[in-house]
Design a protein around this ligand. Structure first.
Ligand SMILES: Nc1ncnc2c1ncn2[C@@H]1O[C@H](COP(=O)(O)OP(=O)(O)O)[C@@H](O)[C@H]1O
Ligand SMILES: [Mg+2]
Length: 205
């Protein structure tokens, strides 16, 4: 069974305004799919529907294991009361998988945040916080990763670490769907969905 996310004729309306108009796209296992377009075009709306966080007005999203997914947001979304290690373990614990200390250490090391496991979010820079958020999705080992402008608030070094990690996750068999309006990000992308301001979109690969 494949874990592709297939969207067919998705439409989303807010009141009388159509934000997404009969958009069909497939996000594939092993690939990074990027949703690009100007601010307000509907990228987040589309991502949220693909992730199952929001329902389309019409159309269908199908993905076999949709309950096991993880998220990276623009604003890090760490829990203030938990240290970096517990934040990074949150999703894995929620899906009920066993935690091995060695694996946590390996991921922190790979992301260049070794030694920060006991730090709380307020003790970390934005780039470090986002790396913890990335650690959380890598440690969770879910078949899907959804990321909404994960590098928007980051310096170039952190941006590079985050993008390479998403690329590596895709290479290991995850379906990665990422919102981006930064051209730099597109180097690691396999498939681009242009969400055009107003209502239409096209897909490039
Ligand atoms: N819950 C909502 N209610 C009403 N309008 C919304 C809602 N969410 C998004 N919109 C509108 O839909 C459009 C697309 O928003 P969004 O998907 O956030 O765009 P993007 O992520 O591309 O910047 C915007 O005009 C936004 O104001
Ligand atoms: Mg958005």
């Amino acid at each position: 069974m494949d874990n592709h996310i297939t969207c067919t004729e998705l439409t989303k309306r807010f009141g009388s305004r159509t934000v997404i108009d009969r958009l069909s796209v497939t996000a594939r296992v092993g690939e990074v799919t990027a949703l690009v377009g100007p601010s307000g075009a509907g990228k987040t709306t589309l991502l949220n529907m693909m992730a199952g966080l929001d329902r389309p007005t019409s159309g269908v999203v199908s993905s076999p294991g949709r309950r096991t997914r993880s998220f990276i947001f623009q604003d890090f979304n760490l829990l203030d009361s938990m240290n970096a290690r517990d934040n990074a373990l949150l999703t894995r614990r929620l899906v009920g998988k066993r935690v091995r200390k060695k694996d946590v250490d390996t991921v922190f090391g790979r992301l260049g945040i070794d030694g920060l496991q006991r730090h709380f979010p307020h003790q970390l820079s934005g780039g470090q916080q986002q790396r913890v958020a990335v650690a959380r999705v890598l440690i969770a080992e879910t078949p899907y990763i959804f990321a909404d402008e994960p590098t928007a608030a980051l310096d170039p070094a952190s941006t590079s670490v985050v993008l390479q990690s998403l690329r590596a996750a895709a290479d290991s068999g995850v379906a990665v769907v990422m919102v981006s309006h930064q051209r730099d990000n597109l180097r690691i992308v396999d498939r681009t969905v242009d969400v055009v301001n107003g209502s239409t979109a096209r897909v490039r690969s």
